[in-house]
Design a protein around this ligand. Structure first.
Ligand code: 45D
Length: 322
């Protein structure tokens, strides 16, 4: 029997606990645009009193420089309108340019805008803004999340802003830009150990990812293999996975701790591994509890891997299917 991505998506589904992250984002989505911006500002600045993201490198900011320069020259009203347009995913020139940014460039853009708002160069929350009760509800929900979940909510809302450029034809695409490198925040550990796991493809995958060696990681996949990031659809095929990894998986520090492996009658293996991942944006200050669900084919290649955000630290240890 041949493996399918659809069936692979469901491996270990009985061990999964729904994450509070989509529920929080659903509450956020119901807010009006000024409330959304106010919520994000409060969540970001409140969080920043204990954990702040690392400043993006000069090469990264360079990619957002054109937009930031335009915004700096605007009146306060125009600046506020730009932010509303981004949150509304409006079709404006700035919102389109933003829509073409990679995830990390979107984050760097907002990082810089936040700094400019603190300096008074860019308009803060509009004067006379009255917070609706809905904002308080989303803030309370956000407070109950751990730090890894909170930064995921912020990241996902930032990613969702701007005009949805996937609806545009290829002719409107700007020239592709090289993704600047992220500095590693942790030394590379070359001998990966995971309790309960001896599968070479899994150990090699972690080792390669922790060295930003995406070519080595990609070669562990079958040509039709897939990678499913948290809350996303599977990314299918080596080229697509490679592109994704270069854009979004740089500088990650993966610390898998334990796992289980079940051999299937056809010789394929299903593995679930849990552990902690750190993003270069927050380094050792924020740990994200995650699971990898691997489907390895009988030849020892990765056919599928899903990355899931865990609902709570308890879930790190609940690997059994029953
Ligand atoms: O004024 O094995 C707001 C994969 C608006 C690869 C703002 C992975 C208002 C395969 C926007 C709030 C990648 C899938 C201002 C593993 C406002 C694999 C500014 C997993 C100023 C393990 C807000 C990786 C700002 C994972 C600046 C799970 C917000 C990676 C900044 C997760 C927020 C990475 C930042 C995460 C958030 C990174 C920098 C969650 C970064 C989050």
């Amino acid at each position: 029997m041949s493996l399918t991505i659809e069936s692979a998506q469901n491996i270990f589904s009985k061990t999964q606990v729904p994450s509070p992250i989509p529920a929080t984002i659903a509450l956020f989505d119901q807010l009006g645009v000024d409330d959304q911006l106010a919520y994000l500002w409060f969540a970001y600045t409140e969080m920043g009193r204990t954990i702040t993201p690392a400043a993006p490198g000069a090469a990264r900011l360079q990619l957002a420089e054109n937009l930031l320069a335009q915004i700096k020259q605007m009146s306060s009203e125009e600046q506020t309108q730009v932010m509303r347009d981004l949150a509304n995913r409006a079709d404006t020139p700035i919102s389109r340019s933003y829509g073409f940014f990679s995830v990390n460039t979107k984050l760097a853009f907002w990082y810089e805008l936040g700094e400019l708002m603190k300096q008074g160069v860019v308009a803060p929350i509009p004067s006379g803004y009255q917070m609706s009760p809905g904002v308080q509800v989303v803030l309370e929900a956000t407070k109950k999340l751990d730090a890894g979940q909170q930064i995921t909510v912020l990241r996902n809302t930032v990613v969702g802003m701007g005009f949805d450029t996937s609806s545009l034809g290829p002719s409107s695409y700007p020239k592709p830009v090289a993704e600047p490198a992220f500095e590693r925040t942790a030394p590379i550990v070359s001998s990966v150990k995971i309790d309960g796991i001896t599968e070479a493809a899994v150990l090699s995958y972690i080792e390669a990812m922790n060295a930003d060696n995406f070519d080595a990681a990609i070669n562990l996949f079958t040509p039709d293999g897939a990678l499913q990031p948290p809350f996303q659809k599977p990314i299918v095929g080596r080229d697509a996975i490679a592109k994704y990894m270069r854009e979004e998986a740089q500088g990650l520090n993966m610390m898998p701790k334990q796992g289980i492996c079940e051999v299937q009658p056809d010789g394929s293996k299903q593995l679930k591994v849990t552990g902690v991942v750190q993003t270069p944006w927050f380094g050792v200050n924020v740990g994200m509890n995650i699971a990898w669900r691997f489907l390895i084919n009988p030849q020892g290649q990765i056919f599928f891997v899903a990355i899931d955000m865990l609902a709570s630290p308890e879930e790190l240890l609940s690997l059994r299917r029953v």
